[in-house]
Ligand binder design. Sequence first.
Ligand code: ASP
Ligand code: MG
Length: 429
Amino acid sequence: MTKTIIFKFGGASVKDADALKNMANILRNRLRRNVVIVVSAMGKMTNLLEVILNLKLEKTDYSLSCDIFKSYHIDICKALFPKNHRIFPVLENQFILLEKKLEGELSSENYDEFYDDIVSFGELISSKIVMEFLCLEGLIVLWQDAREIITTNNDYRFAKIDWEKTKKNCQSDLKPRLEKFPVVTQGFIGGNESGKTTTLGREGSDFTAAILGTCLNASSVTIWKDVPGVLNADPKRFSETVLFNELDYKQAAEMTYYGASVIHPKTIKPLANEGIPLFVKSFLHPDLSGTKICSIDSFTPIPTFVLKENQVLVSFKVTDFTFIEENHIHRVYDELRRLKLRVNMLQISAISISLVMDIQPFNFKKLLERLRSEFEIRYNEGLELLTIIHPGKESLSSQLEGFEILLEQSTRNTVQIVRRGKSSKSSHN
Ligand code: ASP
Ligand code: MG
C-alpha cells in the first residue's frame, strides 16, 4: 500500500490565477491516491478578514473591505474558470454566509470565538477554489472540511489539538477517502466538540500539515514556499544567505522558537516524535531539492539570524523599594496568560521585569491597564528583536552598527539583541 504524503501550499502559493496554475503544474506529476493537499487562505486574505473584524469592533463601516475580499476571489476565478462554472454560485453562497455572520453581535467579550468563525472563510473559500480548479485541470481531488477532522478544545484563536480524537477521525474518515482519491483540505482551522469553528494561531497551516502527517502515519510532509528552502537568514532583510540542505529537527525547532517565519513553531515536534521528514521546497523551482528536516547526528553550526520586527519592550518596575520577587513575576505572567500574550524575551533585574513581545495593540493596552496599579510601567515600541544562533564575532558586530541597543542577552550559543533603527523613536510611560 502506498504511504500518505502531505503537501502544504501557503497563501503566497495561491495568491493569484498564475499561482494556482503553477500549483496545478507542481501537482500534475505528483498527485496520486493518499496525497493530502493543505491550503491556506489566498494571499493576504486572513489579514483582510482581521481588518474587517476590527472595523466592526470599532463600529466603523466595513463594507468596502468586504467588497475587496469578494472581488479578490471573484477576479481569480474569472481568470481560471469558464463563465458558467459552478464555482461562482459556490462563492456567492460563501459571501452571503460571511455577511450574515458579520451581522452578529461582536464585543471584546466574544471576540476570539467570533474571530475564528469569520477568519475561517479565507481557508474555506480558498480550498473550494483549489479543489474546483484542480478538477477542471483533470486532476480529480476530493474536498474535506478540516473542522470535521481536526478536533480541538475551546481555546478560540489558539485552539489546542485533541490528538486522540483527531487521530481517530483521520483513520476512520479521511483514510478511506484518501485510498480512493487525493484530498484537498484547509490549514489553520479546526472544530470543537460543540461543532464550532476554531483556529490554531496565525500561520497555523504548517501545523495542520504536521498534524495530518502524524495522524495518518505519512512518509513525508512538504511545505511549498516562495523561498528555496530554509535559509540562515531572511533574504528580504539580509544579503548573502546560505541554504540548509539538511537540518536537524532540533535546529529547525530552535529557529522557529526565536521567530523564523519559514515554518510555524508547532510544526516540528509532532513530526520529530514520529521521525517523519519535513521538506521545505520552492514552488517556483519545484525540482530543486530544498531543505530536508530530519534527524541528523552531527552538523557544522553556521551563524543563523532570526529577526522579529514590530516588537515592544515593556518594563514593570516595583514602586515600593522592594526587590522583584516570585509573586511579582507570577502577577505579570498571569495577566499575560489571560490575554494570550506571548513573551519573546525576558530579563529580570533587582527592581524590574522587562519583556519583549509582538505588538498586539488591543490586548497590550489591557495588560497595561490591569497592572498599572501595581507597577510603574514604561514601554518602547517599534523595535526589532534579533536572535543570532551560533554567532561569530564578525556577524555580531555588523548587527550592532548604526542601531540603538536597548537590551542584550547571551548564552553560549545564542545572542539576543533588542534594537532600534536610528530613524524611529518612541518611548512611553
Ligand atoms: N491563513 C492563515 C494566516 O494567514 C493561516 C496560514 O496562512 O497558515 O495566518
Ligand atoms: Mg497565510
